[in-house]
Design a binder for this molecule. Sequence first.
Ligand SMILES: [Zn+2]
Length: 214
Amino acid sequence: MSILKKINRENLSPKEALEILVEGNQRFINDVKRDQNLSLVREELKEKQQPFAAVLGCSDSRTSLELIFDQSLGDIFSVRLAGNVACRKAIGSLEYSCKYLGSKIIVVMGHSNCGAVKAACDNFKEGNIEEITKLIQPAVSDEKTIPDSERNSENSDFVSRVCFLNVQKQMEVIVNQSDIVKDLLQKKQIGIIGGVYSLTSGLVEFDHQNAIFS
Ligand SMILES: [Zn+2]
């Protein structure tokens, strides 16, 4: 049976969109995945997509968004870059999804034990990898609690603090650098929230405190 029609994508509120992701993540954790006939879904989507969520996640092979949130084809506009960095091209993709495809929520999702965050913690620079780590450096600088001698990727406490701050920072960058996102937030057409995925538990912990919802 098709699952696409169960969501009223046109009139979905940002909070309802978040709720769908939270419920999907619970199914993923509990290994109770939705039944879906992908050939039928593919057929329904052949002319048009209306992904209800736009997610900026990490490229890490263990953080596949459709699996983590138990969603299907056509549900998530997926923007993935190592370290979930909000470079201009990533922001442009999110703008497109929200303004022209009707996505109701932007999620910036980091994850535990992120290699890109660890590289930034060690101030790693090589080739074009530096293009990624330099965008995570503001989060490293924002972390003020760990003493100098312990600020490296061996320190899991430091890495997880930087990961959390990095999600916040990338959210700020998106809002500050995008007139389109700002406009849609002001019109209450979309919401934006950060979250961190645990590689061990499978849970995405959302940061409600720093979220912007209508
Ligand atoms: Zn990562």
